[in-house]
Design a protein around this ligand. Structure first.
Ligand SMILES: C[S@@+](CC[C@H](N)C(=O)[O-])C[C@H]1O[C@@H](n2cnc3c(N)ncnc32)[C@H](O)[C@@H]1O
Length: 241
């Protein structure tokens, strides 16, 4: 059970922290996703959880609530085709452009448990790649340190301040904006343009687009995959705040 004012508190919390729109009528979702957290925190009910949240402005409990209400589904090489066009078109182009510095900056924004950024360092995860790039650790598999060292994880809300970001050659922001309203999408895309190199590429989820949201991007089709690039002469904004 979730009282109306407690649901409103949760709605406001996820909108403020993560721009996620939790529509009215989705109370069941809040209950299902938050019940395990209530138990883990040793609380008696959702009402107690909301009371604990109200007591403090910010706590790890707030973060856990936002995490619980975020959809975190991800897989290795999700959607296949984008990774194929990345290999055949986008990476060769970026490698050629950056041949002097020999460093590419790639941001997987909203990367969930990390399969997406690690999918960028090699192809597919069939058995032979598992054997090649992972080693056994008891009953589990661990990715080799040389691959892990290429990826740095940083906890960051797309609607908060963006810190320590270099100019990016490639940004993947897939299946993240679907939870945002249009003004938030516009704001986030404008900020992505700010961090994207003029020659850079942006990849969105297959059901997402910049069209009618930020027309300073143009779409480039590579096979079935749509990549986005900054239009030539598109305004360069200043500041990331
Ligand atoms: C459905 S997963 C997509 C994961 C991966 N990009 C993929 O396509 O496989 C959505 C991700 O977006 C993140 N997310 C949602 N709202 C966010 C926000 N405001 N700031 C940062 N990340 C956010 C979630 O934490 C989650 O990791």
């Amino acid at each position: 059970m979730l009282a109306e004012q407690d649901f409103r508190y949760i709605q406001d919390l996820v909108r403020e922290r993560a721009a996620i729109v939790l529509e009215s009528g989705k109370e069941y979702l809040a209950v299902t996703r938050l019940d395990p957290l209530v138990r883990r925190a040793g609380l008696g009910s959702l009402a107690e959880l909301v009371a604990a949240l109200r007591e403090e402005q910010t706590s790890t409990l707030h973060e856990e609530v936002v995490d619980a209400l975020t959809t975190n589904e991800t897989t290795w090489f999700r959607d296949v085709a984008p990774f194929e066009s990345l290999r055949t078109h986008v990476l060769p182009d970026l490698i050629q452009r950056k041949r002097l510095s020999r460093t590419l900056f790639i941001w997987s924004a909203g990367c969930s448990s990390g399969q997406e950024p690690y999918s960028l360092v090699n192809r597919g995860l069939p058995a032979h790649l598992l054997i090649k790039y992972f080693h056994r650790l008891g009953v589990r598999w661990e990715l080799d340190a040389r691959i892990r060292s290429m990826v740095r994880f940083q906890r960051q809300s797309l609607v908060g301040p963006w810190t320590n970001l270099p100019v990016m050659d490639l940004v993947l922001m897939r299946n993240v904006m679907i939870y945002f309203d249009t003004p938030t999408k516009r704001q986030v895309l404008g900020r992505v343009r700010d961090v994207l190199a003029p020659h850079g590429y942006l990849l969105l989820g297959s059901a997402e687009t910049t069209l009618h949201i930020d027309d300073a991007f143009q779409r480039l089709a590579v096979g079935p995959t749509g990549w986005y690039r900054r239009k030539q002469g598109s305004p360069v904004r200043t500041g990331q705040g």
